[in-house]
Design a protein around this ligand. Structure first.
Ligand code: MN
Length: 245
């Protein structure tokens, strides 16, 4: 076996509800608009939403402190149903997705530096700076589908300091989970460990340092986190000598 030049990082894992086992996270796919945000959208034809990615290292358990990321003044919440893939494949038949490919579900946050996303949209540039930052994908414990089944309905909700910001129902998804998984599998070969964030309901908004953000998906999981200081990680030591970095 080839020696590694330094030890490989441990895989990112998520805890599993009701088990001491952990789920090893592979890639993280995120679906764009997949709920109707306004009444006039009802009349529009249904278009397959765009997708983008976050690194597995962005996934963290959704509890405790949520660090406020650097480089933004518009740090936004997006509550989402998260699907965990247990068996991979390509060109998957939507009718086989649930029975053969989905391992389980979680509630997750697709955290977004909205100001950087708007800049990227204006410039026609990539979204990574807006979406793929550290701690940008907190998730609850994963619930195995053999325990929770495959959700057809149930609230998807988020509150900030106890005031509700987002609420929809799983049944409101424009593209159901099985179709999303099948769509992705026609573009990439899905693998065990992949997570899919399925899109967020209306009501996205900014988080401020000190906010308590809570949310969840009915029958799957819920969380509460406290947003950290905006400047905690930007402090550099005061210069005490003539040295400069
Ligand atoms: Mn999203």
């Amino acid at each position: 076996m080839t020696d590694l030049v330094f030890p490989a990082p441990a895989p990112t894992t998520l805890p599993v509800a009701g088990s001491t086992a952990a789920f090893p996270v592979g890639r993280v796919y995120c679906i764009g608009r997949n709920y109707r945000w306004s009444v006039d959208e009802q009349a529009r034809p249904r278009e397959m939403p765009a997708w983008f990615m976050k690194p597995a290292s962005a996934v963290v358990p959704a509890h405790g402190l949520l660090p406020y990321p650097p480089g933004t003044a518009d740090f936004c919440h997006e509550i989402e149903l998260v699907v965990a893939i247990g068996r991979g494949g390509r060109d998957i038949d939507p009718a086989l997705v649930e029975a053969h490919h989905i391992w389980g579900y979680a509630a997750g946050l697709d955290l977004t530096r909205r100001d950087l996303q708007q800049q990227a949209k204006r410039a026609g540039g990539p979204w990574e700076a807006a979406k793929a930052f550290d701690h940008s994908a907190p998730c609850t414990r994963l619930v195995p589908a053999e325990v929770c089944g495959h959700p057809r309905q149930g609230a998807v909700w988020l509150a900030v300091n106890g005031i509700e910001r987002q609420r929809a129902d799983v049944s409101d998804l424009m593209w159901p989970v099985a179709e999303l998984v099948a769509m992705l599998s026609r573009s990439v070969t899905l693998a065990p460990g992949d997570l899919i964030f399925t899109g967020t309901p209306a009501g996205v908004g900014a988080l401020q340092p000190g906010d308590i953000v809570s949310g969840g998906v009915a029958e799957i999981g819920q969380f509460s986190m406290t947003v950290g200081s905006a400047h905690a990680q930007n402090h550099s030591p005061s210069p005490t000598s003539g040295d400069s970095p």
